[in-house]
Design a protein around this ligand. Structure first.
Ligand code: UN1
Length: 500
């Protein structure tokens, strides 16, 4: 067994314990006896130190030319390539996702590094004519300042990279508060930024619990921006706090994503998509397929195909190369999923497969829930609320129009998908599905880093991560006028004098 990692905070270029001597534990969700790491139980006093370091570093970092800032991120990308396997193994042990997916998670970080690094030589603004003679007008992107980045455990490398990399290229300094389930992944990631040679204070790491470390960070008066990915409940607190204190805030929260399968779809293809979308990462993705909206003509056949395929999925530890579906991340997630199954029973949903904790000997030390298929009606809570586990609900519809209406009948709007061979339906779906992302003949998961990522309705607050859209999160526009006429020119007035 590998020795547990002793994680520390990283503040002003130093690895430090928290002010409190208390530490917390990160354990393998497939094998609870295995301690993966211990990490500091930070509090407001540690957050203060990190914010002060980030504030100090901001004064000089914002003046480093953007292409030079970006070169550090390029180096991080190269180091992520070097440490990819090590990080993937650690991730699999720490939060349970199968190795193949863990490698994909790190790869998303690598992609983000090389993409963000290129942005250092773009960060385009606009030039536009002035209405006055001998006057020049342009816009430039300015950094915001000190950014608090609060990240979840389900993509413990990719999501921090999505936030840290563009934030730094844009000239901000950051404090990362990672999820308490994945402190080891966060520590290893920040070590990589350190190895890339980032100046001290530009990137800081504060471990701990949401209540004790996350909350003071969000409330801190010297934090200018908060970027948060996680639950809708915590997001509501973050949004309200930032609203009250006039901080910029980017929120990525819940989803209840659906895949439509029409009667003209390639059913084998739709099946591949459904299984990957519903059970990849044990359904613990914001983008996971939680509802399958099936046309009545194919429902019976498709359900039989789905049951057959799902029954072959191998449940196991993420580190076992034969595993298809790993454990849930912790006991409370297991409890949450079990609770939803109780609700499903009470509401009269039909359990077509799974529906229970896996009790066999080899699963006893982990948080394993069997891949589950529920036949439901659209009003049931399991068809409306985010479960975040390996549970997919089947909803029958009579028409294309009904399929669209049911898909949209949710407060969330992150990802959506339709399988059809009808080009007209595909285009109507692209227009009418209320979601930040729509896939045609592909599953609801699989976002790429150079395109905007985010949701409509209650999934987010109008911002997008990734792509060039993320620059609008991490910069403010500055409008610059240069008057080279040598005299006072009054806009809207002096150029209208002749009209009198
Ligand atoms: C998330 O679950 O928050 O599209 C991120 C996907 C991944 C990212 C998911 N590339 O599923």
């Amino acid at each position: 067994m590998t020795e547990p990692l002793i994680c520390q905070n990283y503040i002003d270029g130093e690895w430090l314990s928290a002010a409190s001597v208390d530490t917390l534990e990160s354990r393998n969700p497939a094998l609870n006896s295995e301690l993966v790491a211990t990490f500091p139980r930070s509090a407001a006093i540690d957050v203060d130190a990190a914010v002060a370091a980030a504030r100090k570093a901001y004064r000089t970092w914002r003046l480093v030319p953007a292409p030079a800032r970006a070169e550090y991120i390029f180096r991080v990308g190269e180091l992520l390539v070097k440490y990819k396997e090590e990080l993937a193994q650690l991730m699999s042990r720490e939060m349970g996702k199968p190795l193949k997916e863990a490698r994909g998670d790190v790869q998303e970080g690598i992609d983000c590094a090389f993409y963000s690094a290129g942005e250092g030589r773009r960060l385009f603004g606009q030039t536009t004519p002035s209405e006055m003679p001998n006057k020049f007008a342009m816009t430039v992107r300015m950094p915001i300042g000190v950014c608090a980045l609060i990240t979840p455990w389900n993509f413990p490398v990719a999501i921090p990279c999505w936030k840290i990399m563009p934030a730094l290229v844009c000239g901000n300094t950051v404090i990362l508060k990672p999820a308490e389930d994945t402190p080891a992944c966060a520590t290893k990631l920040i070590q990589i930024f350190q190895e890339a040679g980032l100046p001290k204070g530009v990137i800081n790491l504060v471990h701990g619990l949401g209540e004790e470390a996350g909350k003071p960070l969000v409330e801190h008066p010297d934090v200018d921006l908060v970027s948060f990915t996680g639950s809708s409940e915590t997001g509501a607190f973050v949004g309200a706090t930032c609203g009250r204190t006039h901080k910029r805030v980017c929120l990525e929260m819940g989803g209840k994503n659906a895949q439509i399968v029409m009667e003209d779809a390639d059913l084998e293809l739709a099946l591949d998509g459904a299984v990957w979308g519903a059970f990849g990462t044990s359904g613990q993705r914001c983008t996971a397929t939680s509802r399958l909206i099936l046309h009545r003509d194919i429902k019976e056949k498709f359900t039989a195909m789905l049951k057959e395929r799902t029954s072959k999925l191998r449940l196991g530890a993420g580190t076992d190369p034969n595993t298809d579906v790993g454990p849930l991340v912790n006991a409370s997630q297991l409890q949450r999923v079990s609770k939803y199954l109780e609700i499903a029973h009470q509401e009269g949903a039909k359990v077509l497969m799974g529906g229970e904790i896996a009790h066999e000997e080899q699963f006893q030390q982990g948080y394993f829930f069997r891949p589950t298929i529920l036949d439901v009606t659209p009003q049931m809570r399991v068809a409306r609320e985010e479960i975040f586990g390996p549970v997919v609900t089947l909803i029958e519809v009579n028409s294309f129009e009904e399929a669209i209406a049911i898909l949209n009948d949710t407060p969330y709007g992150l990802s959506s998908s339709i399988y059809t061979r009808d080009i007209n339906r595909a285009f109507v779906a692209m227009r009418d599905l209320e979601a930040g992302i729509t896939y045609i003949n592909g599953p609801t998961i699989g976002a790429e880093v150079h395109l905007p990522f985010g949701g409509v309705k209650q999934t987010g607050n109008g911002h997008r991560e990734a792509g060039t859209a993320v620059l609008d999160v991490f910069t403010e526009w500055k409008t610059v006028y240069v008057d080279f006429s040598g005299s006072l020119q009054r806009a809207q007035i002096d150029n209208r004098e002749a009209e009198l």
